[in-house]
Design a protein around this ligand. Structure first.
Ligand code: NDP
Length: 314
């Protein structure tokens, strides 16, 4: 009997997760994270969103933790998380496809200044603007992070007709995409970019990367798409850059504080479109099937992909 302890984002989701896990593997025993009668030594695997500090470390026979999200910051914020515990990030095809859809929508939204239509509609005002010269073909999207999501998103943007460049820590080859690697190539990468997308993980190196030092090197009237993690965005720098015409607009799915506080200047900043951290939110069915496949691989003595590397920090 293999056991999985489950901690969803909200208790209201529990029954849907249990159904999804049972559809993927009816033999799996699902344990409730909040059930005090469960001895910690009986837990084999954990599928947990924001596990409270020290809970994972207190499960002595745990074989792996599987994150319901591609980002792992919600787990690694626990200082007691055991450094050698196998930890896997989410990586389903739905996750990849939804992110690709979102970034393509956001890039086209920015090219056409679609926020102005929304603003005019709210005023019930029909006021076209003329001499629109911007197209996908004349716009270069720069994707920071060329991992599972960044690589596929870069290819989707290319297929849509954008010029695309990408930047990561190590060298990558992606057909039709100009790639840049490492800190020395960061400014040359920014110099080419009209729309900057962050698909970086939350690490100490990426914190605050969407700030004025970066914005200063982008092409004139550039825009931002924030889909990595909120810790990467310096909100006041973005507002200042838009108000001073350094930047033209932004689409933000992740912000420094979530939910975004009522008094945040981002809500009312001209040219900013906000979504509530749901650029990529794969179905219960898809994510449970992925988690079960990770468990089956480990039980068969294999090494599943997408394992967290403590040396790299992602
Ligand atoms: P991966 O780990 O597969 O890829 C991370 C990429 O970032 C790699 O290309 C890596 O470089 C690059 N990178 C990391 N650190 C640096 C650095 N300091 N400088 C330059 N490049 C760096 O992650 P995923 O593609 O699966 O996911 C990316 C992030 O997207 C997640 O961590 C999560 O925060 C976010 N996300 C957001 C969602 C949303 O709904 N908004 C949903 C899902 C994910 P290299 O290739 O050289 O290792």
């Amino acid at each position: 009997m293999t056991t999985l302890i489950l901690k969803p984002v909200s208790p209201a989701e529990r029954s849907q997760w249990i159904d999804a896990f049972h559809a993927a593997d009816p033999t799996l025993t699902i344990i409730d994270w909040d059930d005090p009668s469960v001895p910690p030594e009986t837990v084999d695997y954990a599928f947990a969103w924001q596990p409270e500090g020290r809970r994972i470390a207190a499960m002595p026979n745990l074989r792996a933790v599987i994150s319901p999200a591609a980002g792992l910051d919600h787990i690694l914020r626990d200082p007691a998380f055991p450094r050698d515990m196998p930890l896997y990030r989410m990586g389903t095809q739905e996750t990849v496809d939804q992110m690709g859809d979102y970034v393509c929508w956001a890039a086209l939204t920015l090219v056409r200044d679609a926020w102005r239509w929304a603003e005019a509609q709210a005023r019930q005002e029909w006021s076209p603007w003329l001499n629109q010269t911007r197209t996908a073909a004349t716009t270069t999207v720069g994707v920071m992070g060329l991992g599972e999501l960044g690589r596929a998103t870069a290819l989707r943007l290319k297929a849509l007709g954008f010029q695309v460049c990408g930047w990561a820590r190590s060298a990558h080859h992606i057909d039709g995409v100009d790639t840049f690697a490492g800190d020395d190539a960061f400014i040359p990468f920014l110099n080419r970019t009209d729309i900057l997308v962050s698909l970086l993980p939350a690490t100490s190196q990426t914190a605050g990367i969407l700030g004025k030092k970066t914005f200063a090197h982008l092409r004139p009237q550039a825009s931002i798409i924030s889909v990595g993690r909120g810790s990467q965005l310096i909100a006041q720098d973005l507002v200042d850059a838009i108000n001073s015409n350094v930047l033209r607009g932004a689409v933000l799915d992740v912000v420094p504080q979530e939910p975004l506080p009522q008094d945040s200047p981002l809500w009312t900043c001209r040219g900013v479109t906000i979504s509530p951290h749901m650029a990529s939110e794969a179905s219960y069915r898809d994510r449970a099937a992925y988690a079960v496949s990770v468990i089956h691989q480990i039980e068969a003595g294999k090494q599943p992909a997408l394992r967290y590397d403590p040396a790299k920090g992602y």
